[in-house]
Design a protein around this ligand. Structure first.
Ligand code: NAD
Length: 477
């Protein structure tokens, strides 16, 4: 029996009830998942607190070795993990393999950073009456971290919380997405083999609002690390009081393509089509809004349409599949209604605009008014808008005309323009000559406006999972 089945069976014995986990591609039941009870979450917190005593006593060398082993073991189980991701999320297998490869790196970076978390020395004699002291800072673990994760990267976004938490000596409880909990559970198989103290990593499956509230309210949980929708992120922040919180939320990512890169249009389109439609656009930094200089837009749109219509929709386990089922029927209904609203509001449909049995054709809309939901909200589906602009200034204004601020990209050979956009774009990350659908796992990654609060990217996540302590030694005493 698969390890995750055994673990889920164990949870099942005390769970309130179960719910059916559906395969997005067939909408058939994969397994019954325990909707864990409040008592199970409380017990997990108690166990985590106990495990923390052992965890915090480990040297950074030991923690680093454990993280290295986690990374190596996931590499050995690469195909198994990829298949679990595809099964539960409907992600085409090529992208699931990519997610596993990133997870291997996420733990590898965590192993490296575990050895490097260093404070600094402070010159106290720079202050009046400060002389005669040596002073420095150290970082200390905080204890139990509560992680709440989304369905779309069910392995790597768990790793982005687990790696940093273990690297600094914390313990962690993951409440994975109801729609895709298996990857987090399968990770237990690895954790049990690498010398990690028992219960340093735990998974509690089930209802988000109920189980999340226990993590948020419990005095023994020192931090909530959340990745998910802005709506839930805001609820968590307002409930968490003084508890440390990191929120990684949604976006309606934009790029600008200017005239100077005309000769590279085919290459840019290739990247942008990938950015718009990989995993059906169910990516927080999916390329959603494209602003193109009007002098090159006809050519851009023509190549974009051709490339989009070559994408293969199908079984996510087939190597050739680019697009597959959306996560559920609600997503299908919401997205198609937004497309209809945009067309009714004056946008031109260039391609797609139709639902498939469980998914949706990749959809391109031209010249969409900014007030339409496909522009101003996060679509989280296979829809991209292309708007023609007269000037770079117009593109910049439109890109910033958003409640969100995670990633943005632009393509230009004009250096002053690149620098101006880099400084003026209201986002956490600017990618010059790349699409916004780009994240390297060790880079700082966080949103402004409604896109987030705090940072991930191993080193940066670690800083949000520790307490800094200042120590002064008075040698003149
Ligand atoms: P979601 O917000 O519906 O759910 C995320 C998690 O929160 C789940 O585990 C869910 O059970 C839990 N949850 C739901 N209600 C809760 C509550 N009231 N209190 C506590 N927990 C609660 O998100 P989703 O649909 O799984 O994922 C899609 C969203 O995640 C998109 O908005 C996407 O942009 C965002 N996302 C952001 C990033 C990033 O790094 N910025 C990465 C991936 C996904």
């Amino acid at each position: 029996m698969q390890v995750y089945c055994r673990y889920l069976n164990d949870l099942m014995t005390s769970a309130r009830q179960t719910y059916p986990l559906l395969n997005p591609h067939t909408r058939e039941k994969i397994l019954d998942i325990p909707d864990c009870s409040n008592e199970q979450m409380l017990q997990a917190i108690e166990r985590s607190k106990y495990a923390y005593k052992e965890m915090r006593a480990l040297s950074s060398e030991k923690r680093s070795q454990i993280l290295d082993k986690i990374s190596e073991r996931i590499a050995e189980l690469r195909e198994e993990f990829a298949r679990v991701i595809t099964l539960e999320s409907g992600k085409p297998i090529r992208y699931s393999r990519g997610e596993v490869d990133r997870t291997i790196q996420t733990f590898k970076f965590s192993a490296i950073e575990a050895r490097k978390l260093e404070g600094e020395s402070i010159r106290l004699d720079a202050a009046a009456n400060g002389a005669g002291r040596d002073a420095y800072t150290i970082f200390q673990p905080i204890g139990v971290v509560g992680a709440i994760t989304p369905f779309n990267f069910p392995l790597n976004l768990v790793a982005h919380k687990v790696g940093p938490a273990l690297a600094v000596g914390n313990t962690i409880i993951v409440k994975p997405a109801e729609k895709a909990p298996l990857s987090a559970v399968k990770l237990l198989e690895v954790m049990n083999e690498v010398g990690l103290p028992p219960y340093a990593y735990q998974v509690i499956t089930g209802d988000g609002p109920r189980l999340g509230a226990i993590l948020i309210d419990h005095p023994d949980v020192a931090k909530i690390s959340f990745t998910g929708s802005p709506k839930v992120g805001k609820q968590i922040k307002s409930r968490a009081g003084l508890k440390k919180v990191t929120l990684e939320l949604g976006n309606n990512s934009a790029i600008y393509v200017d005239k100077s890169v005309e000769e590279k249009i085919a290459e840019i389109v290739k990247k942008a089509v990938e950015g718009a439609f990989s995993y059906n656009g169910q990516v927080c930094i999916s390329t959603q809004r494209i602003y193109v200089d009007k002098r090159i837009s006809k050519q851009f749109i023509r190549i974009f349409k051709e490339a989009t219509e070559l994408l293969q929709y199908g079984n996510p386990f087939d190597d050739d599949t680019n697009l597959s089922a959306l996560i559920d029927e609600n997503a299908q209904r919401r997205i198609i209604s937004w497309v209809h609203e945009a067309i009714g509001g004056g946008a031109t449909l260039i391609s797609g605009g139709e639902l498939l049995q469980y998914g949706m054709k990749p959809t391109i809309l031209l010249n969409v008014p900014a007030s339409m939901k496909v522009s101003c909200e996060e679509v989280f589906g296979p829809v991209v808008i292309i708007n023609e602009v007269e000037t770079a200034e117009e593109a910049l204004v439109e890109m910033n005309n958003s409640d969100y601020g995670l990633n943005a990209g632009l393509f230009t050979y004009v250096l002053p323009q690149a620098l101006r956009f880099a400084h003026e774009l209201e986002v956490g990350q600017v990618l010059v000559n790349d699409i916004p659908t780009l994240r390297f796992d060790h880079m700082p990654y966080g949103g402004i406006k409604s896109s987030g609060y705090g940072y991930e990217g191993i080193k940066y996540a670690m800083r949000e999972m520790v307490n800094m302590k200042f120590i002064s030694l008075n040698y003149d005493f």
